[in-house]
Design a protein around this ligand. Sequence first.
Ligand code: SF4
Length: 428
Amino acid sequence: MIKMSNDSWFEEYRAKVLEALSNESLRKAVQEAQNRYWKARKKTLSKTPYYEYYRKKVREARTWALNHLDELLKMVKENVEAQGGAFYLAKTGEDANRYILNALSNHDAKLVVKSKSSVTEEIDLNKYLSDHGIEVVETDLGEFIVQVLGQKRSHPILPAIHLRISEIAEAISKVVGKELPPDPTVIADSVRNYLRKKYFEADAGITGANVIAADTGAVYLIENEGNIRFVSNAPPVHIAVTGMEKIVPTMEDAMDAVRLMIPNATGQDMTAYVSIVTGPSKTSDIELRTVMGMHGPKEYHLVLLDNGRTEMLNDPVFKEALLCLHCGACLNVCPVFRQLSGQVWGYKYLGGSGAPWVAFLFGWEKAAPIAYSCLMCGRCKEVCPMGIDIPGLVLKLRERLYERGLVPPPLKKIIDNLNKYGNPGGKH
Ligand code: SF4
């Protein structure tokens, strides 16, 4: 007999769902974003003749990399150190935070500029640093808006889609100290001017990384705004933080992953910028003597995070989830996400594809509401560039949740009826 947990997780979630469903503007914004994305992606892919080739190649490269992860981690470490950088493999989020704080403390850092990153969100890095007296300023426009409002993002690529322009103008007006009209160009100009100073005042810049090539230790950073270039280049220290599953064997594999990721993430053929970083800035122009930090940072750290990924890797079913590129394509076609957005449907990692991540990284109870909300429509599986069987994983997740007694009360009733009366409806 499976022991059932108490139902507080279900009631809390139900309340949040009802609140999200009553928020008309949130739903409209998410729906508009999904529609636009879908059209853009379709148009781009119709002009991408090698799409299936990239899908196959990247899946093979990522699968091979997961099967040889220890070897590739060693290569990354050696290559980063050979370029004059520092490498750290963090077992837990706490380890990663402590390492980063220590690296910043060595410079008596007070201000950090940062680019959007799921992994830093996973480990609550901003809070950790601000609890230790370091100000962290987000520089992606959407993420900056969400940070200013003290909210959480509702989409991995478009963090502020749940907000109306009037709310954004009001919030940014307070930060820049003048009243701004509800005009995207004026708001973007004001934020740009505000952030420009921060890049050069900051003691360090922290970025994520989309892919890592083991053969050189290079990290690939994909963006449209240009903020990542400033974050990784203007301050004297650059710290890149990401999950260890993002390693692929070679730079060619990494570029294939970039080619595959972009149309699925933004609907574009290519973003405005893809930066490749292998270490600190340096010059040997004077008598061949090496000086670090010529125009860019003189110190570079690559922090890779385990934090439950090894457990996923060792799980024959959920290893598949580690192939995720976090492109968000599945969310952009998901009918549940369309109604609830990431404000409700997820915990740091969003939607059905995020559910196994939430279970392994943050606990099964947190994953339960996400797993049970999935409609099993299968659109995500169809669209996923890595061909991940997301509904299949969600189903397996429900089996494991059931084994842990995590079942929504209406389903419990059905299970009771089946056990007692042999039918889901109860006594007839
Ligand atoms: S599951 Fe597939 S579609 Fe969804 S974020 Fe991951 S790679 Fe993209």
